[in-house]
Design a protein around this ligand. Structure first.
Ligand SMILES: [Zn+2]
Length: 282
């Protein structure tokens, strides 16, 4: 079977090393944080073992991500600044968002995050000695002080606050363009997810909320967030904007929404879900 014959969502099994020897393999080639794409106008796919061999690039590190139909899938890192072989391009992860099938995008995000983690944990943060990869899980360990280093995820909350037929959307002070989005922020040490939602909303726009409802989550590999999405209802208070973060925040009627996030992000999903329920489509 070829890559396109697999259903990635069902057939991909995560793992840090191949379960058996296989003559076949798939390679997601990464250089300088960018991912190799075949210039043939078809949906993105990794290289197979022969394409990788004929590419003429040298791997500096290789990480098994798991298997598809028993065929191991590797994040294969090549030298930074490697030339693009004819017929191929290195592209940023961002350029794949919304332009490739969702499960393929998340696999690309996984590959890039594993390579980044590996490169950022070559040395122990505690004693400064070189680390080594362990073979029992995906981790790096420092031999002298036994510190373990795992791929890092940064959990964040993202919340759509509503007031009847109105949605609270804000324009970020640091974002380009004039689109409005839901509120979001990182969870702090010592906080529950729910506490983070209440705190972020109060910090950013000065209001109190109630009736939090978990919606769903999204891996957001820019660089390593896990977005946990909520709907919440307005409770009390007037807008007091955190100027360093929020340029503007308003209540928008669902029939008169501003320019808003695309449906490739959980922010777009949260807004769409609420509007569809208001309009009786769900
Ligand atoms: Zn150490």
């Amino acid at each position: 079977m070829e890559w396109a014959d697999f259903n990635l969502r069902q057939d991909f099994i995560s793992g840090h090393q191949p379960s058996a020897n296989s003559e076949r393999s798939f390679h997601i080639v990464i250089s300088d944080d960018e991912l190799l794409s075949i210039d043939n106008g078809e949906p993105w796919r990794p290289l197979d073992q022969d394409e990788w061999r004929w590419l003429g690039l040298t791997a500096v590190a290789e990480h098994c991500l798991g298997e598809v139909g028993g065929i191991p899938v590797f994040a294969t890192e090549v030298e930074p600044g490697s030339d693009e072989p004819e017929g191929y391009s290195f592209r940023t992860l961002w350029s794949f968002l919304g332009r490739t099938e969702q499960s393929a995008f998340y696999l690309l995000g996984r590959a890039r995050q594993i390579v980044e983690w590996h490169n950022n944990h070559q040395f122990c943060g505690q004693c400064g000695q070189p680390t080594h990869s362990t073979d029992f899980d995906r981790s790096r360990q420092c031999a002298p002080c036994k510190q373990m280093f795992y791929p890092r995820l940064s959990p964040s909350i993202i919340v759509l606050v509503t007031r009847g037929e109105e949605l609270l959307l804000a324009r970020n002070a640091n974002a380009r363009g004039d689109f409005y989005s839901t509120l979001a922020g990182f969870i702090e040490p010592g906080e529950s997810i729910e506490e983070a939602v209440h705190r972020e909303v109060f910090e950013e726009v000065g209001i109190r909320i109630k009736n939090l409802k978990y919606f769903n989550s999204q891996s957001w590999p820019f660089p390593n967030s896990l977005m946990l999405g909520f709907h919440a209802e307005y409770d009390s208070g007037e807008f007091v904007l955190q100027e360093s973060e929020i340029a503007d925040a308003q209540w928008f009627h669902h029939t008169n929404l501003p320019s808003k996030p695309a449906m490739v992000s959980i922010s777009g999903w949260l807004i769409n879900d609420y509007v569809e329920r208001l309009q009786g489509k769900v």
